[in-house]
Write a protein that binds this ligand. Structure first.
Ligand SMILES: NC(=O)NCCC[C@H](N)C(=O)O
Length: 291
C-alpha cells in the first residue's frame, strides 16, 4: 500500500505509523516520565503486542519506527508527533521536552516510506497530535493547553492554510497540573464523523458548541470511569465508523458506546495506557484513513 492522507478521525484505518516499546521503556525512570503506579514496562510491552495483533488481524498496514535504545520512552505514542495529510506529513514539535527527539524519527520514517514532508513545527511553537481533531478534511480543531501552545497553533495554521485547511484553537483546562498529559483528544474522541465520546466536566465550552453546530451527537463518558482510568477512558482508538477499540475494565463507557451503535473491541492495556499516561488512540499515527 502506498497511499497517505488521514484528514478524518473515523474513516477506516488502512495504514499507520507505530513504534514498539523496548529498551527505552524498560530503562525509563517512572518519576521522570510522569508514569503512574500501574506502570510496568514488561507488561506494557505485552499490552502493546496485543494491540499490534488486533491491527494485523484487521489488515491494517503498519509502518514501523525502529526501536533503538535511545531513551525516548514515550515514543510509542506516535500519534502525537505527526499529522498526515493528502499532501504529505506535518512533523510536530511536542510540548513535553523529553519527547523532542521523536521528531527526527518521524521525519526519517516518512522519507523512507516515500511520503513527502509538507512541513514541520519549529521552535518556539509546540503542537501535539493528541490535541488535533479533524472535523472534516478542511477543518482541524486544536486544543491549546500545556502541550500545544499559541505559537504552535499559529504555525500549524500558516502551514495548512495554503491547503485550504482552517485551524481552530480551543483552550484546555490545567486539570492535573503542568506535568500531566491532557490533550483535546483526552476529553473528546470521534467514534464516527457524527458521533463523539466526550468528558463534559473539562471539555472546552466553545468546542462543545462547535460539535453541536456540526451536528455531532455526543456520548458522555461516565465520570467514575474517567477517574478510575486516570483520564484514559475517552482516548479510544477508532478503527472505522463506530468500530472502536477501548481499554478493558470500563463497562459503563463501553455500554454507552454500544447503545449508540458502536462495535467495541476490548484490549487489556492498563500497564501501557494508564501506566504510561496515554490513550489507546495515541499509540497509532494514522497514515491513511480511507473508505
Ligand atoms: N495522544 C496521546 O494519547 N498521547 C499520550 C502521550 C503520553 C505520554 N506519556 C506523554 O506524556 O506525552
Amino acid at each position: 500500500m502506498s497511499g497517505y492522507g488521514a484528514q478524518d478521525m473515523a474513516l477506516p484505518l488502512r495504514r499507520v505509523l507505530m513504534r514498539r516499546p523496548g529498551e527505552s521503556l524498560r530503562k525509563a525512570d517512572p518519576a521522570a516520565w510522569h508514569y503512574g503506579p500501574r506502570f510496568n514496562a514488561e507488561q506494557a510491552i505485552a499490552d502493546y503486542d496485543g494491540l499490534v495483533r488486533l491491527l494485523m488481524d484487521r489488515h491494517v498496514e503498519i509502518a514501523w519506527l525502529g526501536e533503538r535504545d535511545d531513551g525516548l520512552a514515550d515514543s510509542m505514542f506516535t500519534a502525537d508527533l505527526s499529522l498526515v495529510t493528502a499532501k504529505g506529513a506535518v512533523v510536530l514539535r511536542p510540548g513535553k521536552p523529553a519527547r523532542a527527539g521523536e521528531a527526527a524519527l518521524h521525519e526519517a520514517a516518512f522519507r523512507a516510506a516515500g511520503i513527502p514532508l509538507l512541513g514541520r513545527i519549529k521552535s518556539p511553537g509546540t503542537v501535539e497530535g493528541g490535541d488535533c481533531l479533524w472535523l472534516d478534511a478542511e477543518t482541524l480543531a486544536v486544543g491549546r493547553g500545556l502541550r500545544t501552545d499559541e505559537d504552535g497553533i499559529a504555525a500549524l495554521s500558516e502551514l495548512l492554510a495554503p491547503e485550504g485547511i482552517d485551524v481552530l484553537g480551543y483552550d484546555l483546562p490545567l486539570w492535573r497540573g503542568a506535568d500531566a498529559c491532557l490533550h483535546l483528544g483526552s476529553v473528546a474522541t470521534f467514534l464516527a464523523r457524527d458521533l463523539a465520546l466526550i468528558f463534559p466536566p473539562i471539555l472546552p465550552v466553545s468546542f462543545y458548541r462547535l460539535l453541536e453546530e456540526w451536528g455531532v451527537s455526543m456520548i458522555e463518558a461516565p465520570a467514575e470511569e474517567f477517574r478510575d482510568s486516570a483520564g484514559m477512558s475517552v482516548g479510544v482508538l477508532t478503527l472505522g465508523p463506530r468500530d472502536i477499540v477501548m481499554l478493558d475494565g470500563y463497562p459503563r463507557t463501553r455500554a454507552a458506546m454500544e447503545e449508540a451503535g458502536c462495535t467495541v473491541h476490548l484490549l487489556s492495556a492498563e500497564a501501557l495506557c494508564i501506566g504510561c499516561e496515554g490513550g489507546l488512540g495515541g499509540l497509532v499515527c494514522p497514515i491513511l484513513r480511507e473508505a
